[in-house]
Write a protein that binds this ligand. Structure first.
Ligand code: TRP
Length: 400
C-alpha cells in the first residue's frame, strides 16, 4: 500500500465561504434534501424542550443546506484516544462524518490526545491508542486524500490559541458547564485539574484553529459548542480583524438522528464498562457479546424503547445494521423470542461490519501507512492553524 497523499485543502487558513458564512445561506426547499440524509428533527421526543429541541431543529435546517451546498461546510470533530471505538460511536457520530465527507464537506478529524488528561493523571498506552483510532477512522471510510486526521499535540499553533481564548471566558462560565460537571462527578482523580475545567475552551481552539463551521456531535458536547460560539463571538467583538471582518466563524452543532444504543448490560454503551461491541471486534467476539446481552422475561419481541430498553436496543442495533425500521424487525422476530433476536442481531452486525473489519485488518498489516496518514494530516492541520494564528496576532496587535 502506498502512502501518497494528494489533494491539499483548497483554502488553507480560511473556512469555506469565509468567516460567518453561516449567516448568509438561504434555506433550501426540503425536497432538495438527500433522501438518505438524516432528519434529526424527526426524532425529537415530545418531552424534549429548550436548547436540545432548538439544536435538533437547527440541525435539520443545516442538513438541508448541506444537501444544496456541502462545500460551504468545514467540519471539525474528534475523539479522545482512550480505547476502542464501538458501535454506539459508529451509529452516533462516525458514520455521519463519513456521510458528510462523501457529500463534499471538508472534514477534519482530531485525535484529542491532550484531552485524555482531563480525568486521569497519565494517558495509558497513548501511541497504541492513537494508532488504533487512526485505523478505525480509515476502516470506516475517512479518506485521507480528502480529509485531515490530526492530533492536538502535533499542532502548537492550535494550543497557543488557548491563551487568548481563556481570557474571553469567566471562571463562573467554566464551572457551570454541565458536561464538565458530570465528568468531574465521574472522574477517577481525587481533585479537579485546571485542564478539566478549561478543556471546553481548548476544544474551542480545536474547532476555531481550522475555522470549522460545523461540529457533528452527540448531545453531551452541545455545551462545548456553545462555549466555542461564545469564544468566537467575544473574540470577534473585542478584536476586529483586518478591515473589520470577523476572524472566526460561529460554528453550529450538528446532532445526529440516531437514537441511543445501550450496552449489552442495558447501561450506557461504554468502552470502560465492558458492555460495548467494538468496531474492530471479530465475528466470534461479537457473537459472544450479543449472546450474553441482557434481555427480559417477556417472550414476544417488540420495539418499545421506554418500556423494554434492553430488548429494544438489540432490535435497534439490528435495524441500524440492516437499514430497516426497528418496529418491522421486531414484528418479524415476534414469538421467535430472545434467541431468535440475538441470532438476527449477531448476523446483522457481522454482515454489516465485515467489510470494515476486513479493511481494518488490511490496514493494520501495514502500520507505516496509518502513521504516515497521521503525520501528513498533522502537517496539513498545522498549516491551517498557523494561518489562523497569524490572523489572531494581527487582530490582537501582537506583531512586533
Ligand atoms: N470531547 C470530545 C469527546 O470526548 C472530543 C473532542 C475534542 C471534540 N475536541 C473536539 C469533539 C472538538 C468535537 C470538536 O469525544
Amino acid at each position: 500500500m502506498t502512502s501518497t497523499l494528494t489533494a491539499p485543502l483548497a483554502s488553507a487558513g480560511t473556512g469555506p465561504g469565509g468567516a460567518n458564512s453561516r449567516t448568509a445561506e438561504p434555506a433550501a426547499a426540503p425536497d432538495a434534501a438527500d433522501p438518505a440524509a438524516a432528519d434529526p428533527a424527526a426524532e425529537v421526543p415530545t418531552a424534549i424542550t429548550g436548547s436540545l429541541a432548538t439544536a435538533l431543529l437547527r440541525s435539520a435546517e443545516i442538513e438541508r443546506r448541506i444537501a444544496v451546498d456541502p462545500g460551504s461546510f468545514r467540519i471539525l470533530t474528534g475523539d479522545r484516544p482512550t480505547g476502542e471505538l464501538h458501535l454506539g460511536h459508529y451509529f452516533g457520530t462516525l458514520r455521519n462524518r463519513v456521510r458528510l465527507q462523501d457529500a463534499g464537506a471538508e472534514l477534519f478529524v482530531l485525535v484529542a490526545d491532550y484531552q485524555v488528561l482531563t480525568d486521569r493523571d497519565v494517558a495509558d498506552r497513548l501511541g497504541e491508542q492513537v494508532h488504533g483510532l487512526v485505523l478505525d477512522y480509515l476502516a470506516i471510510g475517512v479518506d485521507p486524500a480528502r480529509s485531515v486526521i490530526f492530533a492536538h499535540s502535533a499542532v502548537p499553533e492550535l494550543n497557543q490559541l488557548l491563551l487568548p481564548f481563556l481570557s474571553l471566558v469567566t471562571e463562573g462560565e467554566l464551572r457551570r458547564n454541565p458536561t464538565v460537571k458530570d465528568e468531574i462527578a465521574h472522574s477517577r482523580q481525587a481533585s479537579v485539574s485546571g485542564l478539566m475545567l478549561t478543556y471546553p475552551v481548548h476544544q474551542a481552539a480545536d474547532i476555531l484553529a481550522v475555522k470549522g463551521n460545523l461540529v457533528p456531535v452527540g448531545q453531551d458536547q452541545l455545551p462545548h459548542v456553545e462555549v466555542t460560539r461564545l469564544v468566537a463571538r467575544r473574540f470577534n467583538d473585542r478584536y476586529p480583524g483586518a478591515g473589520g471582518t470577523a476572524v472566526f466563524p460561529e460554528p453550529d452543532a450538528l446532532l445526529s438522528a440516531a437514537p441511543l444504543l445501550l450496552g449489552t448490560d442495558g447501561g450506557k454503551m461504554s468502552k470502560s464498562r465492558g458492555n460495548a461491541i467494538a468496531l474492530r471486534a471479530t465475528a466470534d467476539e461479537t457473537a459472544r457479546l450479543i449472546k450474553g446481552a441482557k434481555t427480559d422475561a417477556q417472550r414476544h419481541v417488540s420495539y418499545d424503547p421506554a418500556g423494554r430498553p434492553e430488548v429494544s436496543s438489540l432490535v435497534l442495533l439490528a435495524a441500524l445494521c440492516l437499514d430497516r425500521d426497528p418496529t418491522a424487525v421486531a414484528e418479524e422476530i415476534g414469538d421467535g423470542g430472545a434467541a431468535q433476536l440475538k441470532r438476527t442481531v449477531t448476523e446483522a452486525v457481522n454482515e454489516r461490519f465485515a467489510p470494515v473489519r476486513a479493511r481494518r485488518a488490511e490496514l493494520a498489516a501495514d502500520p507505516g501507512y496509518a502513521r504516515q496518514v497521521l503525520r501528513d494530516g498533522c502537517e496539513r492541520a498545522r498549516a491551517v492553524a498557523a494561518a489562523t494564528l497569524e490572523e489572531v496576532r494581527d487582530a490582537m496587535g501582537m506583531r512586533y
